[in-house]
Design a protein around this ligand. Structure first.
Ligand SMILES: Cc1cc2nc3c(=O)[nH]c(=O)nc-3n(C[C@H](O)[C@H](O)[C@H](O)COP(=O)(O)OP(=O)(O)OC[C@H]3O[C@@H](n4cnc5c(N)ncnc54)[C@H](O)[C@@H]3O)c2cc1C
Length: 537
């Protein structure tokens, strides 16, 4: 059942078994899992069915430190998430894949522990997460997909790198799951309902009730047996820090780590690879696959897309993080144009070195895990409040200097693997690459150089602009040690006995895969845990 909180009378109290704050992928996955159980479930969602300007102002905040930027420009905090039923899937790209086994381990370059469980723990939940994200089979083996789709098998690239796979379907969770949630008699969604305070009992170890407000002036209270914060990786620490009437440092924050270790994946463009094979042959990017109808788009398609990963053995032997490259320009006759930041001399050398005719060339995005930084941090603004009186966010975004080392070494290993195959060459050249579908004078394949627009700015792995990916992670880390993290392995806060967190803020580290499939898997696992805890027969 779905209702508008603005139509309710002020001053009321709702009592339920489970109250979930936020209806993004995490909240919606939990609602789907709890629908039809004996538990009464309430979801409080700040937004409506679409993004609205007035509600979006609640997400405004200040970024200091490294900017949050896409390839072209610096982004505001409100551009990096969405307040609406369905959450940030209003804007997302839909790239999904599970974490790999090494992603769960404690890695040598991190100052914090890895995940308290391995991939096997999440496998059954990933399998259930696939249909919720409207993806295909829970199989991320590129060769298997090639055989299913009748496309060429990925070429072997040698022992240091491997072909990985991403499934992609940018479905809007609010659209595709709305009918089922509307029909669930034990689930009530209140939209336009903002939680502004988690009111704790005297010791700060139990949530007594929530204060809920609409921008139109309705105010009410919610009491639940269990509360789940599913408000995204920035709003979750904001709510905990702002709930400071009983515990001045913020609820659940005895470790002092609420808001710390803010991490986002590093995304750097570009590397260039002139190839003597097509990118499709190199690692097949399946552009046709299975069709999944959705209400929004009956012709919606799921894509299986190849990526090139560092092999697990390389990550171990080199002490490197999970790093992969994605191609975004596929086959000729699309010629990449380097728009910004290219090291002209390097590129010229690369192309001169490839004297033979080249059927193909691509630009690559390098995507990799950041090294966590304790001072990369979400805090509350000391001065600014939003329209509901809540302190705004101040995000001090920082990167470890090790990230540049990892970028340089990781791309070097990739380039060596390419070179050794004789199939092509890869070189780092920071900057953005655009496709030029119809070059004015189509060049002979061996004379691509004139089509590279070259600047004199000499970017290197240390000064190239790093893009972010709007994956807001690690701000309420899972750690078995309550002095080092915020939640335990069941996503329950160490300090507060009836408060749980769903979303990428609980990730102990920020491994190099897109987060949402893992968010959904963890949310389903948490729903199952709550059913156990709260006595479903
Ligand atoms: C441009 C872009 C592209 C992306 N592409 C990808 C991709 O390809 N693959 C991928 O895995 N991820 C991608 N992401 C990230 C992905 O969208 C997030 O990982 C995912 O949406 C997080 O889910 P969530 O449920 O934890 O939080 P959200 O989706 O952010 O949902 C949180 C919800 O909580 C609500 N809320 C917040 N505060 C309150 C409050 N006080 N009271 C009540 N409700 C509240 C919000 O309104 C929102 O609806 C992308 C993000 C962006 C911005």
């Amino acid at each position: 059942v779905i209702r508008d909180a603005r139509t309710l009378a002020s001053g009321g109290t709702l009592e339920v078994d489970v109250c979930i704050i936020g209806a993004g992928p995490a909240g919606i996955a939990m609602a789907k899992a709890l629908a039809g159980t004996s538990l009464t479930v309430l979801i409080l969602e700040s937004g409506g069915f679409d993004e609205e300007a007035e509600t979006t102002t609640l997400s405004e905040g200040e970024v200091i430190g490294d900017p949050i930027r896409d390839y072209f420009s610096i982004q505001t905090l409100q551009q990096t998430r969405a307040r609406a039923f369905g959450g940030t899937t209003q804007r997302w790209g839909g790239f999904c894949r599970p974490l790999t086994p090494i992603d769960f381990e404690t890695r040598p370059y991190q100052s914090v522990a890895g995940w308290p469980f391995g991939r096997a723990e999440l496998d059954p939940w990933y399998e259930l997460a696939q249909p919720i994200c409207q993806l295909g089979a829970y199989n991320y083996d590129a060769a298997w997909w090639a055989s299913q789709l009748g496309t060429p098998a990925p070429l072997a690239l040698g022992p240091t790198v491997t072909t990985g796979l991403i499934q992609k379907n940018p479905v809007r969770f609010g659209w595709v799951h709305r009918p089922a949630i509307q029909a669930a008699s034990n689930v009530l969604v209140l939209h336009h309902a903002n939680v502004t305070l988690l009111a704790a009992t005297a010791g700060g170890d139990h949530v007594d009730h929530l204060v809920v407000r609409t921008l139109s002036g309705v105010q009410g209270t919610v009491r639940a047996s269990a509360y789940v914060l599913a408000a995204g990786g920035i709003e979750v620490p904001r709510l905990l820090l702002a709930s400071n009437d009983v515990v001045p440092a913020g609820l659940g924050n005895s470790s002092g780590t609420v808001g710390r270790y803010f991490a986002d994946h590093n995304q750097v463009v570009a590397s260039f690879a002139p190839l003597s094979v097509t990118p499709g042959e190199l690692y097949h990017t399946a552009t046709a696959s299975m069709a999944f109808p959705t209400p929004e788009n009956p012709n919606n398609r799921v894509y299986a897309q190849g990526v090139i990963d560092l092999a697990e053995s390389t990550m171990r032997s080199e002490g490197l993080p999970h790093l992969h490259i994605e191609t975004y320009i596929e086959d000729a006759p699309y010629y990449p144009t380097q728009d910004e930041g290219v090291t002209g001399a390097d590129i010229a050398d690369l192309f001169k070195a490839e004297a033979r005719p080249l059927p193909s060339i691509f630009g690559a995005t390098v995507f990799f895990e950041p090294v966590l930084h304790a001072d990369s941090r979400v805090t509350l603004s000391p001065t600014d409040v939003d329209a509901l009186g809540m302190p705004r966010v101040r995000l001090d975004h920082r990167r470890s200097p090790l990230d540049a080392t990892h970028l340089e070494r990781g791309v070097h290993v990739m380039a060596q693997a390419f070179g050794e195959t004789g199939l092509g060459r890869l070189q780092f050249a920071g900057g953005w690459v655009t496709a030029e579908p119809n070059p004015p004078n189509p060049p002979p394949e061996q004379h691509l150089l004139p089509y590279l627009r070259v600047t004199t700015q000499g970017d290197t792995p240390t000064n190239v602009p790093y893009g972010t990916t709007y994956h807001h992670m690690c701000t309420t880390r899972m750690d078995l040690d309550p002095s080092l993290g915020v939640v335990d392995s069941n996503c329950r806060t160490h300090d507060v006995d009836n408060l749980y967190i769903a979303g990428s803020s609980v990730f102990p580290t920020a491994p190099g895969s897109h987060p949402t499939l893992t968010i959904v898997a963890l949310a389903l696992r948490l729903a199952d845990h709550l059913v156990d805890q709260l006595g479903e027969p």
